[in-house]
Design a protein around this ligand. Structure first.
Ligand SMILES: NC(=O)c1ccc[n+]([C@@H]2O[C@H](COP(=O)([O-])OP(=O)(O)OC[C@H]3O[C@@H](n4cnc5c(N)ncnc54)[C@H](O)[C@@H]3O)[C@@H](O)[C@H]2O)c1
Length: 287
């Protein structure tokens, strides 16, 4: 028996990285998946973003577990895309139980900085407004269904450590959006609690996904030592693997987490609360 038998999860950013990992673990635990991913480059993001092939691979991997997945190419900035994915998924699976607002970009390092107003806008549009769109379109489905539910919004450990700026619109936009998600979570957790719908945010330290495991990010780390100074894990680990994040999600959305709502859950290797007395371990990805 799986911990999510008979459940259906909607996951944004499902083509690769953490979204794919969540889809796979949830499917192994018995859930069917509705996945949405942009599968296109956003101009202000320097490293390659996902492709249709990535999304197809996630669908194939989920199907290998014996569960089903509806994978839709679409943009969380566009409500019609989210709506289309939900309609297709509901037509196929008939219900919705879990929502992971996971899609995000890290549009750091677009040069010169004068150009990065676009990176600021894209970061807020995707990391904040895209998440708001996801909540707006999924919450009524869970309420109407009347059987509770669990929503997890992916924020970042950036909201728990001291941060600074290098005047980069992509980084400022990332941080501003990730902080704002906490407010959104609190409001939705409050509104939806009486329906037994739980809403939490997830704040990971670095996770080894294509967002950070790339040459551009490694160069950006080198060029921004002051910014990176606070990005120090107390535990001797440089970054988590996506499956480490997925295991926490499984706990949170399953019955084990049934009384957890309105929480900012930090899974950050001690980054935000423990002084790195042993020197700390920094995310780098330069090997
Ligand atoms: N990797 C890290 O170190 C780290 C740390 C803290 C928080 N996060 C957050 O974790 C989440 C998942 O990121 P990841 O690490 O798996 O990176 P990733 O780049 O591998 O995955 C993000 C996915 O979101 C998709 N996406 C981006 N914009 C979209 C949009 N508008 N509509 C639909 N899909 C879109 C991308 O195509 C990609 O497939 C993000 O919200 C990110 O900010 C990541």
């Amino acid at each position: 028996m799986g911990q999510l038998d008979g459940k259906v999860a909607f996951i944004t950013g499902a083509a690769r990285g953490q979204g794919r990992s969540h889809a796979l673990l949830f499917a192994e635990e018995g859930a069917d998946i509705i996945g949405l991913d942009i599968c296109e480059q956003v101009e202000s993001v320097v490293p390659p973003m996902s492709t249709q092939d990535d999304l197809d691979e996630t669908v194939a991997l989920v199907e290998k577990t014996g569960r089903r997945m509806v994978g839709v190419k679409g943009d969380t900035r566009n409500r019609a895309d989210i709506q289309r994915a939900l309609e297709q998924g509901l037509a196929e699976f008939g219900r919705l139980d879990i929502v992971l607002a996971n899609a995000g970009i890290f549009a750091a390092g677009l040069k010169p900085y004068a150009q990065s107003e676009q990176a600021w806008k894209d970061s807020l549009d995707i990391n904040l407004t895209g998440t708001w769109n996801t909540l707006q379109l999924t919450a009524p489905i869970l309420v109407d269904q009347g059987q509770g539910g669990s929503i997890v919004i992916t924020s970042s450990s950036a909201t728990g450590r001291w941060i600074t700026t290098n005047y980069d619109g992509g980084v400022d936009g990332y941080n501003a959006a990730k902080y704002a998600l906490g407010g959104l979570m609190t409001a939705y957790a409050g509104k939806l609690a009486e329906h037994n719908i739980r809403v939490n945010t997830f704040h990971p330290t670095g996770v080894s996904t294509p967002m950070v495991a790339n040459d551009h990010f490694a160069t950006w780390v080198d060029e921004n030592p002051t910014y990176m100074a606070s990005w120090m894990n107390a535990l001797p680990v440089e970054s988590m693997q996506p499956v480490d994040a997925s295991q926490v999600f499984l706990f949170l959305v399953s019955d084990l987490g049934r009384y957890i709502t309105g929480q900012e859950l930090f899974v950050d290797a001690g980054q935000t609360t423990i002084p790195p007395l042993g020197g700390g371990t920094q995310l780098n990805h330069q090997h």
